[in-house]
Design a protein around this ligand. Structure first.
Ligand SMILES: Cc1cc2nc3c(=O)[nH]c(=O)nc-3n(C[C@H](O)[C@H](O)[C@H](O)COP(=O)(O)O)c2cc1C
Length: 290
């Protein structure tokens, strides 16, 4: 009896205001779905090709398979061979100190520990660590016949590395090009490029937080003159090799690394002053302390 009385006087729990009434939901959900489908259709993003339309990636893949007849044609070059060394004559240079010979982990430990890290602290990278990362990524490892840390089809080395520096000891923020032959950095632009890099990375904030963002570009003709229609495959594969080297070298130094494939190509190309055709940005890798 007492309990029933107590129940009557206790304030009744107020039902929370619904975020959306049932009727509003029933009206808006189909409209939202229709809008989503129409938007995807209009933009044609992620929409499989219609019958009769060509998926250029599949068409390229099929077309770039070698056949016996095609192999005969490889006696003919596609255009002129290019030097595997890009330099910016007249630009100021920053010599890179010799980095540590090893980050400390065995290759097996680095592979097992590697994870994509998306949060970085403010701690700057040392110049010797940056030097070590560049050496491990794609530095020259066999000077007598300049071979590099990452394999390359025909040793033609189509990949260039740019470093967008946010926080490196002794290095003003800016955009630098790695001159592999001399193991130096060429100063391309000074300034803080964190915000434009975040915007170029489709709003992903890692380039705004990392100490450095490596931009790997491809100079297609370096590989194309010899490997013709297969060149585009090789150039992308080689960017992947260098990307993994950067992941493992960062892990071994106790640094974090994350790859970024989702970026607005034209924005990154513009920041680096690349034409996007003969040379184009392919892959970003952010590195910093975690
Ligand atoms: C080609 C490629 C593109 C990627 N692009 C992005 C990206 O744009 N943003 C991101 O946060 N992670 C990106 N990643 C990282 C993957 O999300 C990550 O490797 C995956 O979740 C597996 O996690 P793990 O690297 O820690 O093993 C990319 C990885 C690869 C290989």
């Amino acid at each position: 009896m007492g309990a029933a009385k107590a129940e009557r006087v206790a304030p009744r729990a107020r039902r929370p205001d619904p975020f959306m009434t049932r009727r509003a939901f029933l009206v808006s959900a189909p409209s939202a779905l229709a809008g989503f489908v129409a938007g995807r259709w209009a933009l044609r993003e992620g929409v499989p090709p219609l019958a009769g339309e060509v998926d250029v990636a599949q068409a390229y893949h099929q077309w770039s398979k070698p056949g016996y007849l095609g192999l005969l044609g490889t006696a003919l070059n596609w255009g002129q061979p290019l030097s595997p060394y890009k330099t910016y004559p007249g630009q100021p240079r920053v010599p890179l100190p010799k980095g540590p010979a090893t980050g400390g982990l065995s290759v097996e430990e680095a592979i097992l520990r590697r994870r994509s890290q998306r949060d970085f602290t403010d701690k700057p990278l040392s110049l010797s660590n940056l030097s070590h990362l560049l050496q491990m990524a794609a530095g020259i490892t066999e000077p007598s016949y300049p071979l590099r840390a990452a394999p390359s089809a025909g040793a033609l080395y189509p990949i260039e590395i740019y470093v967008v520096v946010s926080r490196v000891e002794g290095l003003p923020p800016g955009i630098y090009h790695f001159e592999v032959w001399k193991h130096t950095l060429e100063v391309l632009r000074e300034g803080d490029f964190r915000l434009p890099m975040v915007a170029a990375a489709v709003g992903q904030d890692m380039p705004g937080e990392a100490a450095v963002t490596f931009v790997l570009s491809g100079i297609f003709q370096r590989t194309r003159w010899k490997y013709r229609e297969r060149a585009y495959r090789y150039v992308l594969l080689e960017a992947g090799h260098i990307g993994e080297n950067l992941y493992l070298a960062s892990t071994s130094l106790g640094l974090g690394c994350v790859a970024i494939g989702a970026f607005f190509d034209d924005q990154v190309n513009d920041l680096l002053d690349l034409d996007g055709a003969a040379e184009a940005a392919l892959y970003l890798l952010c590195v910093g302390h975690v």
